[in-house]
Design a protein around this ligand. Structure first.
Ligand code: GLU
Length: 480
């Protein structure tokens, strides 16, 4: 194709950006950016009642957090209603559509008959042949809908993901394109808008596949070529059922508040149904853009694997500069009373070194906050599992910690090697393995059974805080 592609993301304003929508938006955006094309944002708010602006706001917020930017829009589908009606008029004039005067009761009956006979198309076409002048006249006094006249034969298209897709037109009823109240239905509005916005590729969820033959027929009836279609696979939970609330958070905003980075989220969403040639997994956005192509999207449903999301996010945290991470967690640490704005400002280099030390082990920003807590002079909470494991015999632990404290306090200037050799010599003198001192010490100074290398931790934490933590641990044990 000579012209650069024009794609669109067309969410219905539901009040939040869900994972599936975000993945569709991301694929469109990556494709547009890779190809130097245009991404149009269109809010499909034909249902005015439900589509207040706050519902749209949540979607825009989700997109902006992910860094997905659009080149045109946001357009509002509802603003195109006159054009939608004009398109319906053209279809009526050419005979590609007709007015239907059937009552809800008649339609109900038709549905019953179709169910009984196992037919996919319920509407029996009884208004198809009402002469147009008669229909025009009745329209003045009777309620009516406008239906699209499905032709015979098959509708076939080459889907970028699905390959050749074929529908038998007789399985598709003459569907409504304009409701009794004069509002267009989704299939009509979407075609009218995609034409108006000169969309070249429709990249959307596979849940829309059954709409595509209807839309293709509307394009043809208007005498125009349909765009290229690319239906991306559905997203399933690990149990093979379609992703839903049952599987956990489905709104992108919830991942933001639980401490995921937008780069980790983008990376994860990109891999939901797509992979680069060499199966690289950890990719920053620039790399995703450079590698993305629609023809590497899978047909197979994608599985939402929360573990993988956490792992990927951990990789992104580890690859993020400590300065940036400091900005990301700073306000939470201040809000939760771990530190103050003042301290973060005056000790910013020190805080970077704390983050350097712990960031490779945190999978979310919330976890990162947990891991940096012990480095600040607040009371540590002792993890009960760690206490159970490494402080089983309080008297023994008190003895070991006390001896360790007096040994460590001998030096005014600490260095890592020195600390390590002091501890090892002491362990030898006491006739125990070094672990018998290291593990209880780790619980005492971090509250936890896991941490980066204990000697590094002690250096970054600083002599004063380490010694006072050992003192509090001993007091705590004495009281136990
Ligand atoms: N508004 C539709 C949705 O949110 C998308 C329509 C389309 O992409 O054609 O599912």
């Amino acid at each position: 194709m000579a012209d650069s592609p024009r794609v669109r993301f067309a969410p219905s304003p539901t009040g939040f950006l869900h994972v599936g929508g975000a993945r569709t938006a991301l694929f469109n955006w990556l494709f547009a950016r890779h190809e130097g094309g245009i991404l149009v944002l269109r809010i499909e708010d034909t249902d005015r009642e439900r589509s207040q602006s706050e519902l749209t706001r949540a979607i825009l917020d989700g997109l902006s957090w992910l860094g997905i930017t659009w080149d045109e829009g946001p357009y509002h589908q509802a603003d195109g209603i006159e054009r939608h009606r004009a398109d319906v008029r053209r279809l009526l004039d050419s005979g590609a559509a007709y007015r239907c005067f059937c009552t809800p009761e008649q339609l109900e009956e038709m549905r019953d008959v179709a169910r009984e006979k196992g037919r996919a198309a319920a509407y029996d076409g009884r208004c198809r042949d009402i002469p147009s002048d008669e229909a025009e006249r009745r329209a003045g006094t009777e309620p009516f809908t406008v239906r699209f006249r499905m032709p015979g034969g098959d509708t076939v298209w080459e889907d970028i993901v699905g390959g050749t897709v074929r529908f038998k037109n007789s399985d598709i009823e003459d569907f409504i394109i304009l409701r009794t109240d004069g509002t267009p239905t989704y299939n009509l509005a979407v075609v009218s808008d995609d034409l108006e916005m000169r969309i070249s590729h429709v990249v959307r969820g596979a849940d829309h596949v059954s709409n595509t033959p209807k839309q293709i027929q509307i394009y043809r009836a208007l005498g125009l070529e349909p765009p290229i279609f690319c239906h991306v696979p559905l997203i399933m939970g690990p149990d093979g059922k379609r992703l839903s609330k049952r599987h956990g958070a489905t709104a992108v905003g919830e991942y933001r508040t639980s401490g995921f980075l937008s780069s980790g989220m983008n990376n994860f969403l990109a891999l939901l149904g797509w992979s680069p040639k060499d199966d690289t997994e950890v990719m920053e956005v620039d790399e995703l853009i450079a590698r993305f192509s629609l023809d590497r999207i899978n047909v197979k449903p994608a599985v939402f694997d929360h573990e993988k999301l956490e792992w990927l996010n951990g990789q992104h945290i580890a690859n993020t500069s400590s300065r940036r991470l400091a900005e990301l967690v700073g306000s939470t640490l201040i809000k939760t009373g771990v530190t103050t704005e003042e301290e973060l400002k005056t000790r910013s280099e020190w805080f970077d070194s704390v983050l350097d030390l712990v960031k490779t082990r945190a999978r979310t920003l919330n976890e990162l906050c947990e891991r940096v807590r012990p480095f600040f002079s607040i009371d540590v909470e002792f993890d009960p599992a760690a206490v159970k494991k490494h402080w089983k015999h309080p008297e023994e632990v008190i003895d070991r910690l006390s001896k360790l404290r007096s040994e460590l306090s001998k030096e005014d200037e600490w260095n890592e090697e020195e600390l390590e050799s002091q501890l090892r010599v002491l362990a030898e003198l006491m006739g125990v393995g070094a672990g018998k001192l290291i593990h209880p010490l780790r619980v005492a100074i971090t509250g936890s059974a896991v941490s980066p290398g204990i000697f590094e931790v002690m250096i970054v934490m600083g002599r004063e805080l380490v010694l006072s933590r050992i003192d509090s641990a001993i007091r705590h044990l004495e009281g136990a």
